[in-house]
Design a protein. Sequence first.
Length: 361
Amino acid sequence: MYYTRSILLGKKPFIQEEEEEEEEKEKANDVLKGLVEEVRALRKEVAPTKETYAERLKKDLPSSSSSLPSLLSPPLHSTPSPSSRSSTSTRSKKKQLQERKLVLITDEKDQPLDTFSIRNKVNQLFVSKLQVEKPVLASIARTKGKQNILLTTTEEYNADFLVKYKEIWHNCFTFQREQKLEPWVQIIAHGVPTLPFLGEGGSKLLKEEIETFNPIRIQGLPRWISSSEKRHNPQTRFGSIVFTIENEEKRQEILKQKEISIAGTATKVVKYLEVSPTTQCTSCQKFGHIGDRCSTRACRYCAAAHLSKDHSCSTCIITGKPCQHTTPLCINCKEKHFANSKDCETLKAAKLVREEDSMEE
């Protein structure tokens, strides 16, 4: 507490005079002696009565037993299992930490930043202006690009609090605007011409193209959904890309337009749907994507190069489902079962990936 108070009052907690230490010790000893005397006196008064704390408490409360459940008996509700509590707690802490962060957008890369002094100054301003009892700002850091500034509050406060009282601390930094740390979102663009972006630095050129001819600011570089081999095929003229933008609000603005301009072509934009590693494509039977735009065909029952609905038997003329004449074959693990079988080793591996992802969250 001494360290925290010193920071808030603008003192230097690392320099403590010996005289101050001795004085503090003497005061502490005097207080301790006084407490010992009070406890001794109290014991002499209480000892003859031989009353427990619960008995004394009952005298001051109504006689109804229902008024004492939380004080005199253990809680009746069950406690969550350690595993479920740990999983929920991890996600909750991650969200809370995100809510405590505020990004200051700047146009000066690597500008000098005395994080310790500025943090203390900001906290002192909050003490003088709002009379807060605990520090508001916990840390100041650079973002990965070393241009923007990242503020993190202590657990008692969050980014909304900093934004609300911006006039208190804004003069401590040089920045253009503040932005809450929100999860980035993604968009898919279909029908993107491939030829202009095949060479070296194609992804960077694609980003510049999108930002120049559209009111869009992309985080990182866009990536192609199709493979490099397929894009370099002379017969391939168009492909699909995924790019990341700063927040959901901006994504909704882009999706309302329904298309953006890339290389002089109007390309359709849709929401990027995140899928689980165990999600199975209804077209190719592979895992990790959906069959909405998958062009590969594989039968769920016999692994032949056709859709499952086109599966047929030449003996009993049954279509769209397996029959007694069907020889099961999985397109994924090549074993003798259907592609959606729970015994598939490929599916088991996908489940392990999903479990690892959930643990990281």
